[in-house]
Design a protein around this ligand. Structure first.
Ligand code: ZN
Length: 348
């Protein structure tokens, strides 16, 4: 998926950034709410500074806090070093000569700002030339600084009066290109964009099944599954538990000649697919067929819900096979298998 606009258009990239923006907010809170119970718990699990000293490598995505630290990794990538004071560098790095002359290396900006610059504690007076010139620059920077009588806080460079802005964080990530962000969001290049969006909504439980609509306060004649009329309709039911779905999964297993476990959660499906012992290329094709199966299940559900037309289970499965075939042949130049062969076996 290539970003379209400056900030990635409507691609999954921007969704990644939204996600990272939200996680970044927790990092912000961690900084601001030092001493709170939750930050102390984080420290006790992940070590002092919440495990942030170890920022060279991306952490596994396992825990939520690790995901947050990965957002922190993005922050570092965009030069928001927490040690920086004015812009991208520490003050010491910006004014090397003045810092070398400084006799109290621990002095704070607020202490120094209250004194006349000529009265600062120094090892010796600056000796003309570059030292004087640098001191002049330092003076002009210091003059612009206003010290407020409240605790230090992280601020947003473009809007110092604002507190953390998820929008700002997100834009920053998008400007830097979200492609390097390690994330568990997926974009399958062999599937159409709208199918990727469909999968994204499905993974996040954002498809309008009756159970969700009811939770949102929509009144409906029935909360039962429109396909089987047996159980309340939920995403789990529609895509895994409903007879129609179970049939499609069973046919998928036969077609691929693999055994598919009984899933209790939709998330288990993605974890399982990532761990099937399979060539990486085959796994990608398998993913596409799973996406096509889910789409065919959803289309059949909608056809029944809105047009009261029932599709046979076998037709739903054949539709999935055809969908996947069309996506692969139009998007993967190396995919040149005959449709009859494809229906017999998806891989040679
Ligand atoms: Zn059902």
């Amino acid at each position: 998926m290539q970003p379209r606009g400056k900030f990635g258009g409507l691609g999954i990239g921007s969704l990644e950034a939204i996600n990272h923006g939200l996680l970044g907010k927790w990092l912000w809170r961690y900084r601001v709410e030092q001493g709170a119970l939750w930050t102390r718990i984080i420290n006790s699990i992940h070590g002092g500074n919440g495990g942030m000293s170890d920022t060279n490598t991306f952490k596994s995505q396992g825990s939520l806090w690790n995901q947050i630290l990965n957002s922190f990794e993005c922050l570092n990538n965009i030069n928001l070093n927490p040690k920086s004071w004015n812009g991208d560098q520490t003050m010491a790095a910006q004014f090397l000569r003045s810092f070398a002359l400084e006799s109290n290396k621990q002095a704070t900006v607020s202490e120094r700002i209250q004194e006349n610059i000529e009265d600062w504690e120094r090892r010796r007076r600056p000796r003309g030339g570059r030292e004087e010139e640098e001191l002049g620059n330092l003076k002009s920077v210091i003059q612009q600084v206003q010290i407020h009588n409240h605790e230090d806080a992280w601020y947003i460079p473009s809007a110092p009066n604002e507190r953390f802005s998820t929008r700002w964080f997100r834009q920053l990530i998008m400007e830097r290109g979200a492609s390097h962000i390690h994330t568990n969001n997926r974009w399958h290049k062999w599937a159409p964009k709208k199918i990727n969006i469909f999968l994204w909504r499905l993974i996040r439980g954002r498809l309008p099944v009756r159970g969700i609509l009811q939770q949102l306060g929509t009144t409906m004649p029935s909360s039962l599954c429109p396909v089987c009329d047996k159980e309340d309709e939920s995403i789990l039911h529609t895509f895994l538990k409903c007879d129609q779905a179970q049939f499609v999964w069973m046919r998928l297993a036969l077609w691929w000649k693999i055994s598919i476990p009984v899933f209790q959660l939709l998330e288990d499906v993605w974890i399982w697919i990532d761990n099937i012992p399979m060539l990486s290329n085959h796994r990608k094709i398998f993913w596409i067929t799973v996406m096509a199966a889910l789409k065919a299940i959803w289309d059949a559900r909608n056809e029944k819900t809105f047009n009261n037309k029932e599709r046979s289970k076998e037709i739903i499965f054949t539709t999935a096979q055809n969908l996947a075939y069309n996506w692969l042949s139009s998007r993967n130049p190396k995919f040149c298998i005959d449709i009859t062969k494809w229906r017999a076996s998806p891989i040679d």
